[in-house]
Design a protein around this ligand. Structure first.
Ligand code: GLN
Length: 378
């Protein structure tokens, strides 16, 4: 057939997880926790099923869950969002991003994407006939060069895609980024897609620069979130999208004829779970402890750390070890040393290779210790 995505192969996450199982490797590649999720939350979902919440939820989502999210947004960001018209529950964060792009993009529209970029972004844009306009984040701190963004804006620019905390690098937006963004978008019709699936996983007391904090930016934004990422249940495929009512109305038109609605018992359970603020306030310190534990172990290896301020990823350079390309290196250490990671060149369309690999540290301490033991031999 005439492929709609001719340049796209199998996602690197599938490739590296497959290789990890084949070689019985410690898998710090694909981003998912190996420790159990909250027992309270699994209890709540069991109860919801037993109580008979097993039929379709309303397409925009179970109302008590949307209300709980609106309450959280008001508490964390001091912003009022209408759960009826501005929040939609989705089967996963990736689905929310795809739906938002499909809702607004017309053929020929330009979308600014920063690389390294999560690997679904570019195919999500091109399948809609739109054009990715790629800008490299500045190596090695992976911050945005806003002067370059200004130069790449044209009358066709329809959207800027942001991701904070950032996958794969763990960089985060700062207040001065918000100022620069504001200056660029004001008085234009440029929309923002903000991927905030690692919302609660931000370290060192850095405030999360959510678009939800800024009403003038929120009014042009789709902001996408993931329960799977923050509550350690990536297999649930549960997320949500917050957007002003005019955008949400169009988003729901696409959603209703695609998945229609998300898993009902999980929504009922999450609505109850979110009532307790600790359910999200406890997440950053827990994950920060894992980052620090992993960094400490890794300091005894020959890998060179790059900073991680959020997400559950940390990148390392291996240029003191080898001059192989990062894919070759990642494949070799999976096979020879039993440790799977993700080569960061997979997140550049050009395949740009800074000899950096990504590790997921959302793992039990014993897993991280075993990984570091193997890595110290490289
Ligand atoms: N978001 C996950 C990661 O970055 C991968 C999810 C997936 O495999 N689609 O590792």
């Amino acid at each position: 057939i005439d492929s709609k995505l001719p340049d796209i192969g199998t996602t690197i996450f599938t490739v590296m997880s497959g290789l990890a199982s084949k070689h019985n490797a410690v898998n710090l590649g694909q981003g998912f926790p190996d420790f159990p999720m909250s027992e309270e939350l699994t209890g709540l979902v069991n109860t919801a099923m037993k109580d008979g919440f097993n039929q379709y939820a309303p397409a925009p989502g179970w109302m008590p869950l949307r209300e709980a999210i609106a309450e959280k947004i008001s508490f964390l960001y001091n912003t009022t969002v209408d759960p009826d018209t501005e929040i939609t529950i989705t089967p996963g964060g990736t689905y929310a991003i795809y739906t938002a792009l499909t809702t607004v993009l017309q053929p020929g529209d330009e979308v600014i994407i920063f690389e390294p970029a999560y690997d679904s972004y570019i195919p999500n844009v091109t399948i809609n006939g739109a054009i990715p306009v790629l800008i490299d984040l500045q190596f090695p701190d992976y911050r945005i060069n806003w002067e370059e963004v200004k130069k790449k804006i044209t009358p066709r620019t329809r959207m800027i895609m942001l991701n904070t905390p950032h996958n794969p690098t763990g960089s985060v937006l700062r207040e001065d980024d918000i100022e620069a963004l504001r200056e660029i978008v004001q008085d234009t019709n440029i929309l923002i897609l903000s991927d905030e699936v690692y919302e609660h996983l931000i370290f060192d007391n850095i405030p999360h620069q959510s678009m939800l904090r800024y009403p003038d930016l929120l009014e042009r934004s789709f902001v996408c979130f993931s329960f799977g990422k923050v509550y350690h249940c990536t297999g649930w495929k549960m997320g949500y999208c917050v957007a002003p009512s005019a955008l949400t109305k169009e988003f729901r038109k696409v959603h209703q004829f695609n998945c229609f609605s998300a898993h009902t018992p999980s929504q009922v359970a999450l609505a109850a779970f979110l009532q307790n603020r600790e359910s999200y306030l406890s997440l950053a310190p827990e994950m920060q402890q894992k980052r620090d534990y992993f960094q400490d172990l890794m300091s005894k290896t020959r890998f060179t750390p790059l900073p991680s301020y959020g997400s559950y990823f940390q990148c390392y350079q291996y240029n003191r070890i080898s001059d192989e390309g990062d894919k070759d290196f990642a494949i070799r250490i999976t096979k020879e040393f039993g440790i799977a990671t993700i080569p960061v060149s997979a997140f550049y369309r050009s395949g740009k290779d800074d000899k950096v690999i990504r590790f997921c540290f959302a793992k039990k301490e014993s897993t991280l210790a075993q990984a570091a033991e193997r890595l110290s031999k490289i």
